[in-house]
Design a protein around this ligand. Structure first.
Ligand SMILES: C[S@@+](CC[C@H](N)C(=O)[O-])C[C@H]1O[C@@H](n2cnc3c(N)ncnc32)[C@H](O)[C@@H]1O
Length: 409
């Protein structure tokens, strides 16, 4: 698979689809910092960011690339937190960040150093709330990784964000993703995967070439799942796409393979891997705020992957108003069924853990579906009953009522 090299020296052009991806990255990273620093007692937060395919940081039209997006969002968000903490007479927070930036192109890295310098200077000012250590490296990401991991270990950072914005499909192997996701307790990884360029090169009539093109997915592929015999090309490609998704889904407890439609080129996935259900919840909500940018296959309720391809072929969850109203219809029954599968009660934190690798739904829709369902009640730790959807907490319990209108079996 051949990908177009970036010409950073003459000014790379920022394509519309990358602009949308950047918007999601920026909004998510802001929400990530707000979430991780939300406890008013916390005064320090340690984070390592590895931007493995960093580019030069600025595009021809002056728009920021991923490394500048990370740093400018970090400065703005820490300032936002500290202004509101000061207003409430609370102590400020300091974010300690080890920021590793890498690219295989020496041009990209040289330009990046100067493009990001003004923001690094802002971080170095007293009162910025950010203590920053930057490292610029030039090499192939997978070859550089051992050195990055050593640096993260010696900086004692337990929270890590990887941004692996590769071109194509095979510059970061499945083995590497598995390894990174199990390296620390709190790891999140953004991964660009050009699903359509993979599918375009597959030849149904040549099993050997199929094996070659899917080799980067290593042991993860279950070759028996690839249909042979008389299936149409569309069905065959559909099953390969699901198979690839299944492989990625096993890499982390929470995985969302949202598609970005590139009108002038190939559709690709911007996959978010996370170890915490809360991360996936926030990511779902950010995607709803950017509803026209991506789509997901599957149905709208809790088990978006449990759809019947015969009946619902091509049905997409588009994160828009129509998708949300379909979700609101499906969620109440799905949730009651899920609770009943384990008995009649489930703690909200456990409920989140069991749904967030399955559902694209907005957290507000999930909470309303629980609250509006006459078969369910939410009980607080103190034994009281919750009345408002937005007050549902992780330590609450969802309980099936004794008199149910809903038929479980
Ligand atoms: C899609 S661009 C990155 C864009 C950047 N993340 C942004 O948001 O502006 C991909 C970059 O990967 C670099 N690259 C290609 N192969 C690489 C590899 N094996 N390891 C690291 N960087 C690589 C290219 O030089 C290019 O700058």
């Amino acid at each position: 698979m051949v990908s177009k090299p970036y010409n950073w020296k003459d000014g790379a052009v920022l394509e519309e689809h990358s602009r949308r991806k950047h918007k999601i990255l920026r909004e998510y990273f802001r929400r990530y910092i707000l979430e991780r620093c939300k406890n008013p007692l916390s005064r320090h937060f340690r984070l390592a960011i590895v931007d493995g395919f960093a580019g030069a940081g600025l595009y021809r039209d002056g728009e920021q690339g991923s490394p500048l997006i990370f740093l400018s969002t970090m400065l703005d968000t820490v300032a936002e937190i500290n202004v509101s903490r000061a207003a409430e007479g609370m102590p400020t927070v300091e974010l300690h960040c080890l920021f590793l930036m890498n690219d295989a192109s020496p041009d990209a890295i040289n330009l990046l150093r100067s493009n990001i310098a003004p923001l690094v200077h802002c971080a170095q000012q007293s009162g910025s709330g950010v203590e920053l250590e930057t490292r610029y490296e030039c090499g192939k990401f997978e070859e550089m990784l051992p050195a990055f991991q050593t640096a993260i270990k010696s900086a004692k950072c337990g929270n890590i964000i990887y941004n692996l914005d590769q071109c194509g499909t095979s510059q970061v192997t499945l083995e590497t993703i598995n390894h990174l996701m199990s390296s620390e307790k709190s790891v999140e990884l953004f991964y660009t995967y050009s699903i359509q360029s993979l599918l375009t090169y597959l030849n149904q009539a040549d099993p050997e070439s199929v094996r070659r093109n899917l080799r980067h997915l290593g042991e993860g592929i279950d070759w028996r799942e690839i249909p042979d015999g008389l299936v149409t090309k569309t069905d065959w490609l559909g099953s390969i796409e699901r198979l690839v998704y299944e492989v990625f889904r096993r890499c982390a407890p929470f995985v969302s393979p949202f598609s970005i439609h590139n009108p002038d080129g190939w559709r690709y996935w911007f996959i978010h891997f996370a170890t915490a259900d809360r991360a996936r919840q926030v990511y779902n909500d950010v995607l709803h705020d950017n509803s026209s940018e991506q789509a997901h296959f599957g149905r709208a309720g809790l088990r978006m992957l449990a759809f019947n391809p015969e009946h619902e072929k091509g049905s997409l969850y588009l994160f828009d108003t129509t998708a949300r109203s379909a979700a609101r219809q499906e969620l109440p029954d799905d949730i009651a069924r899920l609770i009943s599968e384990g008995g009649d009660v489930m703690q909200v934190s456990e409920f989140y853990r069991s749904i967030y690798n399955q559902t694209p739904a907005h957290s507000d829709d999930i909470h309303s579906a629980i609250m509006d369902n006459s078969d369910l009640e939410v009980i607080t730790e103190g034994g009281g009953e919750r009345r408002k959807a937005h007050t549902i907490g992780r330590d609450d319990v969802i309980r099936l009522k004794k008199q149910m209108s809903f038929k479980l079996f």
